[in-house]
Design a protein around this ligand. Structure first.
Ligand SMILES: [Zn+2]
Length: 118
């Protein structure tokens, strides 16, 4: 009777793909040691970026990777400042002209005033 039970499954919950004959993804084991002295290891996919720090499963402290498994810090692009962006649009001599115009306007020795008289 038990072998006549109709078995079902939820849609999307189960993969019917056969794992036979498929090689598992290449893995890397990284050892970590936390400040409390707890040692543990974590398995990562070979192509993954290996973290240099992992939370200790025992005490929760940040554990350091052992044996140089920590990746070199990524070379980061220097941040583009507002000044850099401004220099991409205008040359320093253009800016000097604008600055002179504004200063003249502020000092009141240029052309007609911009303020409307009511
Ligand atoms: Zn720990």
């Amino acid at each position: 009777m038990a072998d006549r039970v109709l078995r079902g499954s939820r849609l999307g919950a189960v993969s019917y793909e056969n794992e036979r004959g498929q090689a598992p993804a290449a893995r890397v084991r990284v050892d970590f040691t936390c400040p409390q002295g707890h040692a543990f290891d974590v398995v990562f996919a070979e192509e993954a970026d290996l973290p240099g720090v992992w939370d200790c499963p025992t005490c929760g402290a940040a554990a350091q990777a052992v044996g140089g498994a920590a990746p070199a810090a990524k070379a980061s692009k220097p941040a583009r400042t507002h000044w850099d962006m401004l220099l991409e649009r205008r040359s320093v001599s253009d800016l000097q002209v604008l600055l002179d115009e504004r200063l003249a306007e502020i000092r009141g020795d240029s052309g007609p005033p911009r303020r409307r008289s009511a």
